[in-house]
Design a protein around this ligand. Structure first.
Ligand code: SF4
Length: 187
């Protein structure tokens, strides 16, 4: 928390994901870096009041379920191939007495998830009222489904010939394969 960026948009949290986890579906750490880089490039890394958490599968080691912007990894099929994808959740938080899980916004190809985060963080930064929380802003503009609708154009897989990178995960060069082994971690 003492590092520069703590509690700012650039402070993206991810579980180990496919780097080391035997049951991971996606490279959650690679997505975290890509999101951080995209926010830096767009001048949004220092937006406060928005937490971003990523898990490489439906388990919640990355705490995606309780984050303002959460992702969990999932295999997608497009044009006859496997591809890395994510479900985006919005508006999760830890309340006084219970955890409120984030609401489903949209599914996304992994490679479009950073663009989706840039759009949401920019919209939040532009539209929030003084002191307004991410959850408060989100509900005022129509909730996760309404925001998700504005991102639907990103839930598209180009063909492999047009964009082969959509069929490889972050930090990998080969084709995406969702190889899930026996659990080794705490879940
Ligand atoms: S089991 Fe936990 S550490 Fe492994 S990919 Fe899933 S959420 Fe991440």
């Amino acid at each position: 928390m003492a590092r520069p960026g703590a509690e700012l948009a650039r402070d993206v949290v991810a579980c180990p994901g496919a780097d080391t986890c035997n049951i991971a579906v996606t490279q959650s750490r690679g997505l975290a870096k890509a999101i951080g880089d995209a926010l830096e490039e767009e001048g949004l890394a220092e937006v406060g009041g928005v937490r971003i958490n990523i898990s490489g599968c439906t388990n919640s080691c990355g705490q995606h379920h309780a984050s303002d912007i959460g992702f969990f990894g999932a295999e997608r099929r497009a044009h006859g191939r496997s591809a890395p994808g994510y479900q985006m959740l919005l508006g999760g938080y830890v309340g006084q007495e219970q955890i409120h899980f984030g609401d489903k916004a949209t599914r996304l190809p992994a490679k479009n998830a950073p663009k989706a985060v840039v759009r949401v963080v920019r919209q939040f930064a532009d539209e929030r009222n003084a002191g307004e929380s991410f959850r408060g802003w989100m509900e005022r503009v129509g909730g996760a489904q309404a925001i998700g609708q504005t991102l639907k154009d990103l839930d598209v897989f180009p063909t492999f010939d047009d964009a082969p990178e959509f069929y490889s995960d972050f930090d990998e060069t080969g084709p995406f394969v969702a190889e899930v082994g026996d659990s080794e971690c705490a879940v």
